[in-house]
Design a protein around this ligand. Structure first.
Ligand code: CMC
Length: 429
C-alpha cells in the first residue's frame, strides 16, 4: 500500500500524497494544500525542508556524504573524466560516445570568440570592478547579441546552439574580466587548446609571451571544475530555475545565477576563506582566538569554508579537494603558510564541541582557494572559477525545468505588516 501523510486541521483530516525518489528519498506533496484547506500554506524560510522540483540530474545524500551526477559518483568523475565530458553528461543525461564528445568539443571550440563590440563594454568598467559583477553583466549582454535566444519556443537544435555558445564563451568573458581589471590586452581564445588550457592561456598569456601548458595545473583546474559542476537545488541553481520559469532566456537566467553565487555564504566563500586566512596570518596566526570568535554569538565572524546546508557529515568534494591541494602544492613545490593555518584551523574546529554539535565540517570552498592561489588565479577571480564550474549544472537545471514545463516560481508568504489604514496628507502627519 502506498504511503500517505495525514494532516489534522481544525478537526478535519486531510490526506497528503507521498512522493518517492529513485533513491527512496521521501517528500509530502503539499501542492494542493492551500486549495483543499481553504487557505493554509506551509512556511519554510530558506526552503530548508522544501523540495521545489523533481530532478534527475544530481543525487546528494548529505548524511552519508554522497554526490552523484546522473548516477555517477563524483569521486570517479573527478579522477577520470574531462570537464567537457562531465558537462555533456550533466546537460544531456548520459556520458557521451566518442563521436558525441568529439562533436560537442568541436562545437564548443568553434564558439569561443565573443563579438568584437563586447570589448567596448569591458573597457567601460573601472579597473577595480569585481569580475563577478562584470561576468554577470556580460553573460546577460550575450542575449542582446543573440536575440533569437529570447524565443522560448525555438527548436531543440536552436536551444543547443545557445547552450554551446554559453559554455564556449564563458571562459573568454571570465578571462577578459581579469585582463580588463589588470588593464592588460585581451588574449583571444586559441582553438588548439582544450577547454581548461584555453582558459589559462587567455588568463596568463600576453602578446609578448605564450602560455606554456603545465599538466599539473590543467589537471587541477579540470578537477575543480568537475567538482563544482552541479549541486542540485542550491541558491544559485534555484535562482536560475526561478528566473527561467518566467521564460526569461538562458543568458538572463544564468546571469542571475552568477549574481546569486557571488555572495560569501555561497560561491563567494572561496574568496572569503583566503581573506580570512590572510587576516588570521596578519594577526599572528592564533587559530584558537579565531575559533573562539566564530563561536561567540555576539561576534558576527564565522569560519568561512565551514558548514553546509545539506552536508551534515562531510562534504565529499572537500575530501577530494584536500588531497588534490596537497598534490598540487607538492608538484609545484609551493610552500604556502596559509595552508598551514588552514590545516590548524581545520584540526581545532573539528575537535571542538561547538563545531561537532552543529556538524560543521570544511566544505568545498575551504581548500579550493588554496589551489587557485597556487596556480596563480587572483583572489577576486575565485568565485568566477566557481561560476565556470557550475555552468553545466545551471544549464542542465534550466533545460530540465523547461522540458518539464514547470510553472512559474512564485512562493507565497504570511503577511505580518500593518493592517488597513487611511492615507493622511503630509501636512497633517
Ligand atoms: N562558523 C561558525 N558557526 C557556524 C558556521 C560557521 N561557518 N556555519 C554555521 N554555524 C552555526 C550557526 O551559527 C548556527 O548555530 P546555532 O544553531 O547556535 O544558531 C548553526 O551552526 C547552524 O547554522 P545555519 O546558519 O543555521 O546553517 P545554514 O544551513 O542556514 O547555513 C551556511 C549554511 C553554509 C550558509 C553556513 O554554514 C555558513 O555561513 N558557512 C560559512 C560560509 C561558507 O563556507 N559557505 C560556503 C558553502 S559551500 C559552497 C556552496 O555550495 O555554496
Amino acid at each position: 500500500m502506498s504511503e500517505i501523510a495525514k494532516l489534522e486541521l481544525n478537526g478535519k483530516l486531510y490526506e497528503l500524497p507521498i512522493i518517492e525518489g529513485s533513491e527512496n528519498e521521501k517528500g509530502i506533496d503539499i501542492s494542493k494544500l492551500r486549495s483543499t484547506t481553504n487557505g493554509y500554506i506551509t512556511i519554510d524560510p530558506g526552503f530548508k525542508n522544501t523540495g521545489s522540483t523533481k530532478s534527475g540530474i544530481t543525487y546528494l545524500d548529505g548524511e552519508n556524504g554522497i554526490l552523484r551526477y546522473r548516477g555517477y559518483p563524483i569521486e570517479q568523475l573527478a579522477e577520470k573524466a574531462s570537464f567537457l565530458e562531465v558537462s555533456f553528461l550533466i546537460i544531456y543525461g548520459d556520458l557521451p560516445t566518442k563521436t558525441e564528445l568529439d562533436s560537442f568539443k568541436e562545437s564548443i571550440t568553434n564558439h569561443t570568440l565573443v563579438h568584437e563590440d563586447m570589448k567596448q563594454f569591458f573597457e567601460a568598467y573601472p579597473a577595480k570592478a569585481h569580475p563577478m559583477g562584470v561576468l554577470a553583466s556580460m553573460v546577460c549582454s550575450l542575449s542582446t547579441f543573440y536575440p533569437e535566444s529570447l524565443d522560448h519556443n525555438r527548436t531543440p537544435e536552436a536551444k543547443d546552439l545557445t547552450i554551446h555558445r554559453l559554455i564556449a564563451k564563458l571562459p573568454t568573458l571570465a578571462a577578459w574580466s581579469y585582463k580588463n581589471a589588470m588593464r592588460h590586452p585581451f588574449m583571444y581564445p586559441n582553438n588548439n587548446f582544450d577547454y581548461c588550457e584555453n582558459f589559462l592561456h587567455m588568463m596568463f598569456a600576453m602578446p609578448t609571451s605564450e602560455y606554456k601548458t603545465d599538466s599539473t595545473i590543467v589537471s587541477a583546474l579540470n578537477k575543480l571544475l568537475i567538482l563544482h559542476a552541479d549541486h542540485e537545488q542550491n541558491c544559485s541553481t534555484s535562482t536560475v530555475r526561478i528566473v527561467g520559469s518566467s521564460h526569461a532566456n538562458l543568458y538572463a537566467s544564468v546571469s542571475a545565477g552568477i549574481s546569486a553565487l557571488w555572495g560569501p555564504l555561497h560561491g563567494g566563500a572561496n574568496q572569503a576563506v583566503i581573506e580570512m586566512l590572510n587576516q588570521i596570518a596578519d594577526d599572528g596566526g592564533d587559530v584558537d582566538k579565531w575559533v573562539a570568535k566564530a563561536k561567540d554569538k555576539n561576534d558576527t565572524f564565522r569560519l568561512m569554508g565551514f558548514g553546509h546546508r545539506v552536508y551534515k557529515n562531510f562534504d565529499p568534494r572537500a575530501t577530494i579537494i584536500k588531497k588534490a591541494c596537497d598534490d598540487v602544492l607538492n608538484k609545484l613545490g609551493v610552500k604556502d603558510p596559509l595552508l598551514e593555518i588552514a590545516k590548524k584551523l581545520e584540526k581545532v574546529a573539528l575537535e571542538d564541541e561547538y563545531f561537532k554539535a552543529r556538524n560543521l565540517y570544511p566544505n568545498v570552498d575551504f581548500y579550493s582557494g588554496i589551489i587557485y592561489k597556487a596556480i596563480n588565479i587572483p583572489t577576486e577571480m575565485f568565485t568566477v572559477m566557481f561560476a565556470l564550474g557550475r555552468l553545466p549544472g545551471w544549464i542542465a537545471q534550466w533545460k530540465e525545468m523547461i522540458q518539464n514545463d514547470e510553472p512559474i516560481g512564485r512562493p507565497r508568504q504570511i503577511y505580518n505588516g500593518k493592517n488597513h489604514r487611511d492615507y493622511i496628507p503630509v501636512e497633517k502627519r
